[in-house]
Structure formats: C-alpha cells, structure tokens
Design a protein around this ligand. Structure first.
Ligand code: URA
Ligand code: SF4
Length: 196
C-alpha cells in the first residue's frame, strides 16, 4: 500500500506546474533512496546535472555527499533517502524563492510522512529555512539536534559550501559524528563506521 502511495506521489510530482520552476526544467528530481530509509538528507534543489539526469546530488556536491555518507557507513542504497526542498532546477542555480519553496513543500512533507525517517539531515540554509523556519540561520543552528514532528533533525552545511570553503569541513564532520551516534541510538546499536 505504501509503495502505491509513493509511486502515486512520484507520478503527481512529475506533472507538477505549481510554480514557475516548471518552465525551465528538463526533469523533475523527485529524490531517491529506499522507502524504508532511516535517514533523510534534504538539499536545496537540482543543479545542472541533476536536472539533466532527473536524479538528486549527482554533480560535485553529490560526489562529496556520497563520500561523507560512505565514511559514516551509510549509503543511498541502504539507509539514506535524498530529497530536495524544490524538485525543479532554479535558473542559473539561484536560490529557490520563498514562494517556490512554499509551492513545493507539500511534496517533501508527503515524502517524509511515507518514508517516516527517525533522522533528518538538513543540508544548508535553504533546507533549514524551507522545512523548519524561514528566519533560521544555519551558522547558528548547525551541529545541534532539534526535534521536529517527532523526528531528530540535524542541520549542517551544504556540501557545496564545503567545496567553496574547506575550513567548514571540520564542523561538518562533527555534525555527521552526531548523526552516527543518533543512528546507533535510535536505529542500529551495531552500526559500523570506519570513522567514529
Ligand atoms: N544540490 C542540491 O541542493 N541538491 C541536489 O540535488 C544537487 C545539488
Ligand atoms: Fe512543482 Fe516543485 Fe517543480 Fe515547482 S519546483 S513546479 S512546485 S515540482
């Protein structure tokens, strides 16, 4: 039954014209990962390669994200579903506008409801503002657990920020250590990671 609701949602989003971002897209990027994922990583929106391929986080940011997840003992095949605040690429990769975030948010909320992950990792300011609070600041809130709708939420830097400014990586690794700890606490006490 859940498979059907997820596939119905996917079909609905693939036709969506709720905001202007539909005009420039090649593909809607629905998100991907197991429907049973315990961790949901939420980014901003598709970039060039994501729009071309219809898959989330496949460009440079995605390669870095995959590397971070692998070191933590996580993968998109097993524990992690990856989604975005907006599902169509903003022109020139500009930040999604507040009205675009608002238009697209119901889809993300339905994905969260269906996947039901105990842990959510917010990648960057757009994810934090889009899901939690438009006034929230990533530099202030990263590295601190928050509770949202009965889930554990960890805001951290977006991988593209880490690519632009390598000095942020130290903090990002600390944030992912907390995610490993929480995964052991609420999902699998035996979880193995080479890192921590
Ligand atoms: N950056 C994002 O925020 N999302 C993607 O899917 C790719 C890059
Ligand atoms: Fe629809 Fe979201 Fe794409 Fe806007 S970004 S057209 S709301 S799927």
């Amino acid at each position: 039954m859940e498979v059907n609701s997820f596939e119905r949602l996917r079909a609905e989003v693939s036709q969506c014209r709720r905001c202007n971002l539909c005009q420039g897209r090649t593909h809607v990027v629905f998100g991907e990962g197991p429907q049973t994922a315990s961790i949901m990583c939420i980014g901003e929106g598709p970039g060039y390669y994501e729009d071309q391929l219809g898959r989330p986080f496949v460009g440079a940011s995605g390669q870095l994200l995959d590397k971070i997840l692998a070191v933590c003992g996580f993968s998109r095949q097993e524990q992690v579903f990856i989604g975005n605040i907006v599902k169509c690429r903003p022109p020139q990769n500009r930040d999604p506008l507040p009205e675009e975030r608002t238009a697209c948010l119901p889809y993300l909320l339905r994905q969260i409801e269906i996947i039901n992950p105990p842990i959510i990792v917010l990648l960057g300011a757009t994810a934090l503002k889009g899901l939690i609070d438009a006034e929230a600041r990533i530099t202030r809130l990263r590295g601190h657990w928050m509770q949202w709708q009965g889930r554990w939420v960890m805001p951290t830097y977006h991988p593209s920020a880490l690519l632009r400014n390598a000095a942020l990586k130290r903090d990002a690794w600390e944030d992912f250590k907390l995610v490993i700890d929480k995964y052991r606490e609420v999902v699998d006490p035996q979880h193995h990671s080479d890192y921590h």
